[in-house]
Design a protein around this ligand. Structure first.
Ligand code: AMP
Length: 302
């Protein structure tokens, strides 16, 4: 099984109260693809400019990511910069330069069109729909989104919801989209709009998985060493979709395990800037933290 992932490919500048780094590899497709690559082969769809560093292409290749769908266009790569406060849940976007993304019209290589699992990582819902329309008969489609699209492309997002199996979004986005303060009501509200499953991420506090006949609350991993939360949500979505594709089974058991694997990879991602920590991540470390997640939430009747 394989997964097709589209989203942004970016050069990020990230500032925390203690560190600052420029021209890091970022973008939703970068994080999600590397995260998914721990579970299945990945077909990436995106665009970069001619300034995109070769070392980042090498990084994707090291993870076995298929880059036939990564266009290189004349111009500059998408750039984003953000700043975190001492409370690392609070982030301010300082600048966004769409650059080559402004005219991006993704065309899927023929070999990608039969990919069974699809992750529409965070980009505009219009582009997400454009990519999805080119996939022949997807088995399971996951979409991520952000506040910007809720505010500026709500109709396209609502349309997209009718075409996907699972929507992943964070708690403030869920509240903004549904105009509900309560997350349980928000999750149920989104289920009525099309997707069979909804995942609401609560940052360092875990996440909630909703289906019409199921509810699952995944615990938070008690991380002490967070250096850069950027991309945690994208890693979650990538690992979640990659894990499901690897199992090739959509049942409650696999979905719960996919949520935990998403949380595991996201928890490693934030231990360093950009994709640095995932470069050295091993399958045995993934298993170790998976076991910890399991033991943290197990309890027996007295
Ligand atoms: P996250 O921390 O999960 O919100 O994802 C952070 C990543 O999203 C960064 O690497 C950015 O390059 C990327 N990003 C920021 N703004 C946008 C946008 N408007 N569209 C697509 N990707 C974005």
């Amino acid at each position: 099984m394989s997964v097709l992932i589209t989203g942004s490919v970016a050069l990020d500048s990230v500032k925390t109260p203690v560190e600052e780094h420029h021209d890091l590899l970022g973008g939703s497709a970068s994080y999600a693809s590397v995260a998914a690559s721990f579970f299945v082969p990945v077909n990436m769809v995106g665009i970069v400019g001619t300034d995109f560093p070769k070392k980042y292409i090498e990084l994707y290749r090291k993870h076995g990511i298929n880059l036939d769908g990564l266009q290189v266009a004349e111009g500059q790569t998408f750039r984003w910069s953000g700043e975190y406060e001492w409370d690392l849940n609070q982030r301010r976007t300082l600048s966004v330069c769409l650059n080559v993304f402004e005219t991006f019209l993704p065309r899927l290589p023929d070999a990608y069109k039969a990919t069974p699992y699809v992750l529409l990582a965070n980009i505009s819902p219009q582009l997400q729909r454009h990519v999805l329309a080119q996939v022949a008969a997807p088995k399971f489609v996951v979409a991520d989104t952000m506040d910007l699209w809720i505010e500026t492309q709500r109709d396209a997002l609502v349309e997209l919801l009718r075409q996907v199996d699972c929507l992943v979004l964070n708690e403030s986005e869920a509240r903004e989209f549904t105009k509900q303060t309560n997350l349980i009501k928000a999750g149920r509200h989104i289920l009525k709009q099309g997707p069979k499953f909804v995942i609401i991420k609560k940052g360092e506090h875990g996440c909630l998985l909703f289906a019409n006949d199921m509810f699952f609350s995944a615990p938070a991993y008690p991380l002490e060493d967070i250096h850069d939360p950027t991309g945690a949500g994208d890693c979650f979505a990538g690992a979640f979709t990659g894990y499901l594709a690897g199992r090739d089974r959509i049942d409650h058991h696999s979905l719960r395990n996919a949520v935990i694997h998403g949380s595991v990879i996201a928890s490693y991602c934030v231990e360093d800037f950009s994709l640095t920590r995932l470069q050295s991540l091993t399958q045995s470390e993934i298993k170790q933290r998976y076991d910890l997640f399991q033991s943290m939430s197990r309890f027996e009747m007295e």
